[in-house]
Design a protein around this ligand. Sequence first.
Ligand code: PGA
Length: 233
Amino acid sequence: MKKLIIANWKLNPITIKDARELAASISVKAKNKVVLCPPTIYLSNIQYPNIGAQDCFWAEKGTYTGQTSAAQLKDLGIKYCLVGHSEKREFGGDSDEIVNAKAKACLANKIIPVICVGFGTTVEQDDLEVTDVLKRQLDMDLKDIDPEKVIVAYEPVWAISKGNPNVTRAADAEHAEKMAIFIKTRYKVKKVIYGASVNTGNAKGFLSQPNIDGLLVGGASLNAKDFNQIINM
Ligand code: PGA
């Protein structure tokens, strides 16, 4: 079964030339389904079969300086959009109410929202503590939304790399699988993917879990050699 591998380029690279080169070096015939999420400014400038956005605004249009709406993404042919990434929750102030509104805006425009949840600053948090936070986030993030129409990305925040996923520690695949089962059982979500410090050494372990339907890859998606290896696992 094909899994879904989403590349989150974050704020990289800094030239359109590099962005085009990176996109062109990613296989279009990979074993798994691949979505590239470049910075908004490159969305209409790079070529790849599946392109996603890293964020969108909840309103369609109007007096909202600096924002990009789901309606505009739809017009560009964008099919996926990350919402509620922990970095946006942290420096963009996205509350769960806002995440919910953004996910609804995506669905209204036939874009699949990839709702990112997870927390923690250390590896010490136990599963119960984690599920408590996931409940708080998802009760609101998924309010009045058909759970079968979204993807949830479980990203333990303590494990997200600062760019180099080879020097940080990912969660255990067994822990990620348990959280995926929790999310699917409680919320009737059909697709859960894992993200945070995915690299060529640990990707297979996550992809072999029956309830993990794919990966959200940050740092390793900027290295074409590593990412091509991951999407073909
Ligand atoms: P990472 O980022 O793979 O560099 O840890 C993942 C993410 O933040 O989505």
